[in-house]
Design a protein. Structure first.
Length: 426
């Protein structure tokens, strides 16, 4: 087998951990269009916090890992991995522009016998029908004659320090049986729990889509149950705890479904299904229900305030947390923003505090100001407090200390607070 020289395109939450891991065994170069991101990484710090400073510096110093924005620096690579975002547009239609740009980039540097592996989440067919023709056009090379391809869907879980990239079992695939073996061997060589070799690229693409679509549907069911039981005056968490005593009950909790995967990926399969004349009603309904949970939470808070005689208009409200999940700086597609936007119709006196979020990124992405004040300064100022994200920093504070009166409202989105101190929760 050829000597593997790897280039990972896209150094975000997925690409950087993967590139760092591959650098322990192969010559590896990270490529990203963002010069500031590259500079920060080469100085030994990852702002996403997915790779620790220690591991990153070790990769750079001891394994020769480098990051670049220069195409000339990646021409000698022969194993290209694409890990760029695959978002949706304002109408929830798949946006393949980052993927197409990455394919154009590869087309400019790829040479005879090289392999391109896509990790970005897509609907079945994107790799072979959308991406590889771009490489052919730009490079002048022919797919499966001059260069080859594979697909190995990413399974990074931002902020998860247990299921790190080296411990994830990866699905792999290749454009020919021989290439499938090479791709599988390369990934297998750095993974603790090995791989699952899919029979085709389309099967591998489809497997990724249904992983997240399944979770979306299951969480939507729990969210629907939460709405039902809240209307009935029954604690949803108590119901789930009781039901989970049965051996085959799948225990999930209701909540906000944001981030880069579960809240986005189903739209890719929904669109492709309709091309084939299939209307995915369950997936549509799950997406619609989950996308509405931020507004639902806001209205539940308003309901709690009304019951206590608190005037909602111009009320002072504190939201704790704006990232899409706990103990992670990732703000992509966070549904806490929907809580904020709904409450904004009634009051502009809303304060958001989050020790994990980058305040400049939140301002740029959502036009929302996150306070930089010390959390203790916020005590005793609010009519209502919403625990939106279960950061560890919020677990050991007295939430009610932030209320201006003992009659104030505490709403627990994450279901982690003592029932005795809250007025409502999902």
């Amino acid at each position: 087998m050829m000597e593997i020289k790897i280039c990972v395109l896209g150094l975000g939450y997925v690409g950087l951990p993967l590139a760092r891991l591959f650098s322990t065994k192969y010559k590896t170069i990270g490529f990203d269009m963002n010069q500031q991101r590259v500079n920060a990484l080469m100085q030994g710090h990852d702002s996403t916090l997915e790779v620790s400073d220690g591991l990153l510096k070790d990769a750079i110093v001891n394994h020769g890992f480098t990051c670049t924005t220069n195409l000339d620096n990646i021409r000698e690579c022969n194993f290209y991995i694409v890990a760029v975002p695959t978002p949706v547009d304002i109408n929830n239609r798949p946006d393949l522009k980052p993927l197409c740009r990455a394919s154009e980039t590869i087309g400019k540097v790829i040479s005879q016998g090289n392999i391109v592996v896509y990790e970005s989440t897509v609907y079945p067919g994107v790799t072979e029908e959308e991406c590889l023709p771009i490489i052919e056009q730009v490079s002048g090379l022919k797919y499966n004659v001059d260069f080859f391809a594979g697909y190995s869907p990413e399974r990074i879980n931002p902020g998860d320090k247990e299921h790190t990239v080296e411990k994830i079992k990866k699905v792999t695939s290749g454009s020919t049986p021989e290439i499938a073996d090479i791709v599988d061997n390369v990934y297998n060589s750095v993974l603790v729990n090995g791989t699952h070799k899919a029979p085709s690229i389309k099967v591998a693409e489809a497997s990724k889509i249904i992983e997240n679509s399944q979770r979306d549907v299951n969480i939507a069911f729990m969210n629907e149950l939460a709405k039902i039981f809240n209307a009935m005056g029954i604690d949803t968490n108590d119901v789930i705890e009781a039901a989970s005593s049965k051996w085959n009950f799948i225990k999930l909790n209701p909540g906000l479904v944001g981030g880069h995967c579960i809240s986005v990926d189903p739209y890719y399969l929904i669109q492709k299904a309709q091309v084939y004349g299939v209307l995915p009603r369950i997936m549509f309904a799950a997406r619609r229900l989950n996308d509405g949970m931020g507004a639902y939470v806001a209205n539940q808070v308003i309901k709690c305030m009304n019951k206590k005689g608190i005037i909602v208009k111009d009320a002072n409200i504190l939201i704790l947390g704006i990232t899409f999940k706990e103990n992670c700086p990732d703000i992509r597609n966070t549904k806490v923003v929907d809580i904020y936007s709904t409450l904004l119709e009634f009051t502009r006196n809303i304060t958001i505090y989050d020790p994990w979020a980058n305040v400049d990124k939140v301002e740029h992405e959502y036009g929302i100001e996150v306070t930089t004040q010390d959390i203790n300064v916020l005590k005793g100022k609010f009519d209502a407090v919403i625990l939106g994200v279960a950061h560890n920093e919020f677990k050991n504070i007295n939430i009610r200390d932030f209320l201006s009166t003992s009659n104030g409202v505490v709403y627990d989105v994450k279901g982690i607070l003592d029932k005795a101190i809250i007025d409502g929760r999902l």
